[in-house]
Write a protein that binds this ligand. Structure first.
Ligand code: NAP
Length: 362
C-alpha cells in the first residue's frame, strides 16, 4: 500500500460538528481532509448546501463566547475576502453592537480549522465502501479517496410537507430557508405563511416579519414547541398571527406568479373544510431529516433514522474506525453547541483508534 494515498482522517460535513472535528484532528497532527459539500442547485433544493443548517439561522444568541459586540470588524479581519459573500449583509453593514449570525459563526469555525491545516474539498461524498479498512469514498467529481478513519458529520436537512403543490412552487414562493430567501422582493410588504411550531418556525417568522406585511404561523397544535424566550417574543410581534390546530392542505398559485395563497385545514380533519390565506410565500419549518442517504446502509441507524452509536458516550458507529458527530446522530438535542462538542469527541475517538489500530504498511 502506498502510504501517501491513504488519509488518516476524512471528515464528511461542514457544520459545527465537522469543523470542530477538523480543528481537533488538525491539532492532533492528523492532517484531516474535509469534504464540505458542493454548492449546487440540487443541494440548495435538498437543503444540503455546504456549511450546514446553522447558516440558515439569523441570530445565534446561545453559543457561548459570542455575546453582543462589534463582530463586524472581527469578521472582516478573520475571514478571507472571498468568503465574505456568504454572510448576511447585516453582518457587514449593520450597526454594531450585534449578535453573531449562524453563517458568520460557521465561517469562523471553517477558518479556524483551516488555520490549523485542515484541507477542504468542495464536493459531496456520493458513495462509500466501509466494509474494509482503509475505507473508500467516492466524491461528486468522481475522485476516490481512501481513509484510515472517517468522521460522518453530514447533519440534517429540510423535512418537506410532501404536497405536490409544495414541490411545484419550490423557488417560486415555497422555501425552507427564511434567511436565504426572506429578503427577496416577492415577499416584501406581502403576507407570508410559516408552517411549524418549533424554534426554526418561530425564528423564521420573527425574521420574515421584518419584510412581510403579515406573517401567519400555521401550527398543528395550539401550543408552540419552541423555546419559551422565543415564544414570548413572537407573541408580542404585532405582525404575527397564529393559525392554531391547522395544517397546510394545499399551496395555491400559478407558474407565472408563483405562490398566491395557502389552503389550511383543521388538523383533526385535514380533508374537511378549508380556509384560504392570501400569501406570496410559504416557509416550511417542520423539522429536519438526517443526511444518511449517501451511506446506502453502510452504517446502522436507530429507529429514529439517525446513525446509531452502539457504545454509550462514544462517537463510534457500527463500523470500527467510522465515527459520527452532530445532528446526523442526534435525534434529541440538535443544537450547534452540542454538535460542536460531539465533533471534538469524534476527532479524539478517531485519534485514539488510529493509535490502537494501525494499518500495516508495506
Ligand atoms: P422541531 O423542534 O422538531 O419542530 C418541528 C415543528 O414542526 C414542531 O412544532 C412540529 O409539531 C411541526 N411538525 C412536524 N411535522 C409536521 C408536519 N408534517 N406537519 C405540520 N407540522 C409538523 O424542528 P425545528 O424547529 O426545525 O428545530 C430543529 C432543532 O434545532 C430543535 O432541536 C431546535 O431546538 C433546534 N434549533 C435551536 C435554535 C436555537 O437554540 N436558537 C434555533 C433553531 C433550531 P409538534 O410540535 O406538534 O410536534
Amino acid at each position: 500500500m502506498n502510504e501517501k494515498s491513504v488519509e488518516k482522517v476524512v471528515i464528511i460535513g461542514s457544520g459545527p460538528a465537522g469543523w470542530s472535528a477538523a480543528i481537533y484532528a488538525a491539532r492532533a497532527a492528523l492532517n484531516p481532509l474535509v469534504f464540505e459539500g458542493a454548492l449546487t442547485a440540487e443541494n440548495q433544493d435538498a437543503g444540503t448546501l455546504p456549511m450546514g443548517q446553522l447558516t440558515t439561522t439569523t441570530e445565534v444568541e446561545n453559543y457561548p463566547g459570542f455575546p453582543s459586540g462589534d463582530l463586524r470588524a472581527y469578521l472582516k479581519s478573520a475571514l478571507a475576502e472571498e468568503r465574505l459573500w456568504a454572510l448576511p449583509s447585516d453582518d457587514l453593514d449593520g450597526d454594531p453592537p450585534r449578535i453573531v449570525s449562524g453563517a458568520a459563526l460557521v465561517e469562523l469555525m471553517r477558518r479556524q480549522a483551516e488555520n490549523f491545516g485542515a484541507r477542504v474539498v468542495s464536493e459531496d461524498v456520493t458513495d462509500v465502501d466501509l466494509s474494509v479498512r482503509p475505507f473508500t469514498l467516492v466524491d461528486s467529481s468522481g475522485v476516490t479517496t481512501r481513509a484510515e478513519t472517517v468522521i460522518v458529520a453530514t447533519g440534517a436537512s429540510t423535512r418537506w410537507l410532501g404536497l405536490a403543490s409544495e414541490e411545484r412552487f419550490k423557488n417560486n414562493g415555497v422555501s425552507a430557508c427564511a434567511v436565504c430567501d426572506g429578503a427577496s422582493p416577492r415577499f416584501r410588504d406581502q403576507p407570508i405563511v410559516v408552517v411549524g411550531g418549533g424554534d426554526v418556525a418561530v425564528e423564521d417568522a420573527e425574521y420574515l416579519s421584518k419584510f412581510a406585511s403579515k406573517v401567519y404561523i400555521v401550527h398543528r397544535r395550539d401550543e408552540l414547541r419552541a423555546a419559551k424566550i422565543l415564544v414570548e417574543r413572537i407573541k408580542r410581534n404585532p405582525k404575527v398571527e397564529f393559525v392554531w390546530n391547522s395544517v397546510v392542505a394545499d399551496v395555491l398559485g400559478d407558474d407565472a406568479a408563483g405562490v398566491q395563497g395557502v389552503l389550511v385545514a383543521d388538523a383533526s380533519d385535514p380533508s374537511g373544510a378549508r380556509r384560504q390565506i392570501a400569501a406570496s410565500g410559504l416557509f416550511v419549518a417542520i423539522g429536519r431529516r438526517p443526511n444518511v442517504g449517501f451511506l446506502k446502509g453502510a452504517l446502522e441507524l436507530t429507529s429514529e433514522g439517525v446513525i446509531k452509536r452502539p457504545i454509550p458516550f462514544s462517537s463510534a458507529t457500527s463500523v470500527p474506525g467510522v465515527f459520527v458527530a452532530g445532528d446526523v446522530c442526534d435525534a434529541r438535542y440538535r443544537q450547534a453547541i452540542v454538535a460542536s462538542s460531539s465533533g471534538a469527541c469524534a476527532a479524539l475517538d478517531a485519534e485514539r483508534f488510529l493509535l490502537e489500530n494501525p494499518i500495516e504498511r508495506r
